[in-house]
Each structure stands twice: as structure tokens, then as C-alpha cells.
Write a protein that binds this ligand. Sequence first.
Ligand SMILES: Cc1ncc(COP(=O)(O)O)c(C=O)c1O
Length: 389
Amino acid sequence: MTIPIPAEDPRHVPNRAVIDPSAITENTRAMGTLLEEQTALMAVVKADGYGHGMLTAARAAIEGGATWLGVAHPASALALARAGLDAQILTWLFEPHTAKIVLPEVLGSGVDVSVGSPEMLALVSEAAREADRRARVHLKIDTGMGRNGVLPWQIRELGAAMREDDFIQVAGAWTHLTSADDPEDPATDQQVELFDSACAALAEEVGPIPLRHIANSAATLTRPDLHRDLVRVGIALYGYPPVPAEVPLRPAMTLTSRLALVKEVGEGHSIGYGRIRSTDRPTRLGLVPIGYADGLHRTGSDQVDLVVRTESGDHRAPQVGRISMDQIVIDLGPDSDARAGDQVFVFGDAGGDPNGPGAATAEDWAKAAGTISYEVLTSVSGRVTREVR
Ligand SMILES: Cc1ncc(COP(=O)(O)O)c(C=O)c1O
């Protein structure tokens, strides 16, 4: 359990992100069943394991068969390396100021690094000299994302530079898809065509490329032809496939709080900033001490049903009115037996009665807020206690 600042003791905090590592393990195993034997699975555990805790997620994914771990930042890669996990690590996003300090350590720890520009190659080469260790480099190719990555016309120049550098070893070539969550979008095939021809040019400069990788969760689920040597799976491991999945996946995070107070109000009682909602009948309102500073998206106000666990069982209760910084209100209904202290499920797996109402999902919140489950999961703030069960 990590204790968030400023709480000194997790018992002081009503809001919990309960993480179920067995869900991550089973989701990893399920995604692994889609792969041919020669294809490895990288668990993408960047952004603190999509909000689930990086080391918790990494260990759970390795247990489920992941042999690679992927993170954006070298600092995260270093933390993974120091944990002594049984997996190869790849990190792909750095800038000169911090890279000069962190990359020698990262390379010294045996972490693979991605290079997406001639300048990044120079940084890696310099760091490898300092670490006195050959850097294992994955060349990132920009086939349409327009972010990190070398352009196809730069491949030969970069390839030659890598070939001639004794401190660089080409470990792989890779690209990232812009639109894999829309299987109808022709952009994916266009990107793959560019990638394949860039790899052919690269191979002419540096010889055989040991690892080629393209697929994220969506492409892993929908495009077996793009699995190649390695798939980089993130969101599906946390239970939120971005496309319909035929393998079983379940959410690994459950966000809970507790009622701070319950009160009876009459018809026409306004709720929250801007009075976007008033009661349409006499009812009981429940105050929940969780808000946008805990990670709820304000744009998702007044749309999602929560579940409250009272003495009589689990009951659905719509969140009403605007989400505030620290609090939300739910409409418990006129006959509710809910009391202050009762547990509230914001999203995830409420467990309990299989015929009960069932908690909302991060996807429900994402839809309400006009965003994606990735953002909902990674928005759960440091003020919320993480509890691993
Ligand atoms: C480079 C890279 N590869 C793979 C992934 C995993 O994507 P997903 O979470 O959609 O599986 C990400 C996440 O955004 C990424 O940045």
C-alpha cells in the first residue's frame, strides 16, 4: 500500500483505488493466448502502470507471461531495473537535460532504449560510452504519428550511424499506430507499409533486425498479422480493451469512497455549482467526499450511476449535479437505508451479489466525460490511497 501525501496513515483517507493484481495477471495471460509462440508480450506499465502502481502491474504481468516491460520515461525504467524483475525493459522518451544524467545509469542497468532522432542517437551513444556498455537500441520510425520517431527518409543515415558506432547495437525497429482502435481505418495499413519498407532499408544498412514491433492492445486484438516479434500491450492488461475483445478481460482497479452524510430534501432542491440539477421529488441525498482533485472528470458530471452498499444490499445511485473539487452528491432515493460511512463504488468491481447492480466502469466515466478509459485510470490522483488486494 502506498500512502499518499499528505495523509500519514491510509486509515485516515476514505478514498481507495483497490488494485487486484490477479486481474492484471489473468488479463496478460488472456492476451497471450492470441499470440504465436515466437511473439513476446511487452506489458506497458508507463504512467505508474496506468495508475495501478508500476511495480504491482509489472510483477502481475510477468506472472501472466509478459517477458518485456515498457515505460516512457528512463526514470521509470531505472526503478523497474532496480526491482530486479525477470523481464527485459524498454524506455522511449527522453530529452537532453535529464538524459545526460539518467541514461548512463539506465544503460548500465541493461535497459533497452528507443531512439527517435539523430540527436537522441548521439545522446545514447555518449551515455553508452560513459556507462562503458553497448546500448541496445530500438529505432523508432514515425510512420504517421508525427511524434517521436525518425522519418523514413532518415533511416539510411541513422542506420549507417548506428552501424559505425561500436557503442550501439541495433536491438529492434518499431512504430506506433495512430488508429488501431478503428479497424476500418486505412491509416493502419498505410503505416505498416511505410514501416516495412523502412525496415527493409534499415536492414540493408545494419543487417537483420532482431525485433520488429508495431501492435498496441487494439492491434493485438484485431490484427494478428501485425504481432510480429513483440506486442506492446497496455490498456487491455488493466481490463479495458479499446475494441471488442474475444478474450476475457476484467478491470483491475476499483475506486471506492464512503458516504460523509445522508440528508432528506424536498422536491426542487438544487444541487452543486451552477444548479444544473434539482431534485424531481422528495429524496435522500448522499454526500461522497471524492471530487475532481481525486481524479473524477468534471465534464462527466451528472451522468454516471454509482453503487452504494447499505445494510440492505447494493443499490444504484446516480451522481447528481456538478462534480466539485472534493465532493460529489448521489441521489439515494426516498426509501434508501443508506447511512454515513456506507461504502460507495465509483467504478470497478463491486464484488458482492452477482445479481446486484454492478459498479460503473472507467469506460462509463470516460464516455460521460468525453475521454478514454486511459485518462480516467491515470487521473486517479495521489490523494487516493492505493490498496493492493
Ligand atoms: C509506444 C506505445 N506502445 C504501446 C502502448 C500501449 O497502448 P495500449 O494501452 O493502447 O495498449 C502505448 C500507450 O499509449 C505507447 O505509447
